[in-house]
Design a binder for this molecule. Structure first.
Ligand code: NDP
Length: 330
């Protein structure tokens, strides 16, 4: 049983020396627990936050201990009522091969209903983030022009497509490569997309959305947020989901210079956490599940194989190596 420990808190970009892959005993499940052999591990940008000591909405990872994260695996032994060997479960003890999971923290998932990895992505946490952030936080309504950054990623690609399927007047996305931009327009049905590395985001957004935007779903922060405020229409809404452009900064990033535009537009800017919106989970699965099954909503996964590559996969998310959800397959 191998597991990834955090050895020191990264300053700036995480370095391999901050982590170690450690050989550990296979845990024995206590009463009320199941022993799970992990099959798919999630790596997510928010994990960067847990590597720091700063107080946040989840506790920091502990130094010298195994890290945590979303995972799907197979029950191999059970001391919990209602769970049998052979069951598949979604749980929160990733970054390791075997986990003893309390039954109340294990959610059964059906491998026949959908591929197991999708419970970490398009039908899982990142999918719900897109759904809740767009529909609830940004109060999306038919006819809105929607801009999403990080648009080829797990959350962003789903935001754009949900907006399109729900009758957006225009969907605009930004991403970090020509290939990703092409995917947005040709496969995901975005009306326009641009590579934020090609030139100033504000100019590229104005060209892509000449009539402005009503909703901005922010995955990136920085220049993107400032550009979106600059293009915001009256009554516009900005849902702040993430700010990946600043996660490795050692100094606080400067704020947008044009906040006064929120007064003219009566614009609203609001952050949200997916953890507060799990009441929407049944509605999300009911609405988005059939779109995924029919292919109306498309998704990609970037799959990295092997527990030894878990850290590289995480760093890859920060670098933009992934298209859609980054998954580690064991
Ligand atoms: P993604 O699959 O979108 O992967 C992250 C992507 O960010 C990369 O692929 C990369 O794509 C892009 N990126 C990296 N650095 C930069 C940069 N400097 N500027 C612009 N883009 C950059 O990850 P997720 O879908 O899992 O998460 C997306 C965002 O949502 C993150 O900010 C995350 O923290 C946030 N989030 C928030 C939640 C909440 O509850 N509020 C829940 C889940 C996620 P590219 O090649 O395009 O640069």
């Amino acid at each position: 049983n191998r597991e990834w420990h955090l050895l020191s808190r990264p300053v700036g970009w995480p370095k391999p020396e901050d982590f170690a892959l450690v050989e550990a005993e296979v845990p024995t499940p206590r009463e009320g627990q199941v022993l799970v052999r992990n099959l798919y591990l999630s790596v997510d940008p928010y994990m960067r936050g847990r590597m720091s000591a700063a107080k946040s909405y989840v506790a920091p990872f502990e130094l010298g201990k195994v890290m945590q994260g979303g995972a799907v695996g197979e029950v191999v032994a059970s001391d919990a009522e209602g769970f049998e060997p052979g069951d598949h479960v979604l749980h929160f003890l990733g970054w390791r091969e075997y986990a003893a999971v309390s039954a109340q923290h294990a959610v059964k998932v059906d491998p026949d209903a959908a591929p197991l990895s999708t419970y970490l992505g398009v039908l899982g946490m990142t999918g719900l983030t897109a759904y809740a952030g767009l529909l609830r936080t940004a109060s999306f309504k038919e006819g809105d022009a929607v801009f999403v950054s990080g648009a080829a990623g797990a959350v962003g690609s789903q935001v754009g497509q949900i907006a399109r399927l729900k009758g957006a007047s225009r969907v605009i996305g930004s991403a970090g490569s020509e290939e990703k931009v092409k995917l947005l327009v040709e496969e995901y049905g975005f009306d326009a997309a641009f590579n934020y590395k090609d030139g100033p985001v504000g100019e590229q957004l104005r060209a892509a959305a000449p009539d402005g935007i009503d909703v901005y779903f922010d995955n990136v922060g920085g220049d993107h947020l400032e550009a979106a405020i600059g293009s915001l229409n009256e009554g516009g809404r900005i849902a702040v989901c993430g700010m990946i452009s600043v996660y490795n900064n050692t100094e606080p990033a400067p704020g947008p210079k044009n906040l006064a535009r929120l007064i003219q537009t009566r614009g609203r800017i609001e952050g949200f956490l997916v953890g507060d919106h799990y009441d929407l989970q049944p509605q999300f699965v009911q609405e988005v599940g059939p779109w995924v099954a029919s292919g109306a909503l498309k998704y990609r996964e970037t799959v990295v194989e092997g527990i030894e590559n878990n850290l590289e996969a995480f760093l890859g998310v920060l670098r933009g190596d992934n298209t859609g959800k980054m998954i580690v397959k064991l």
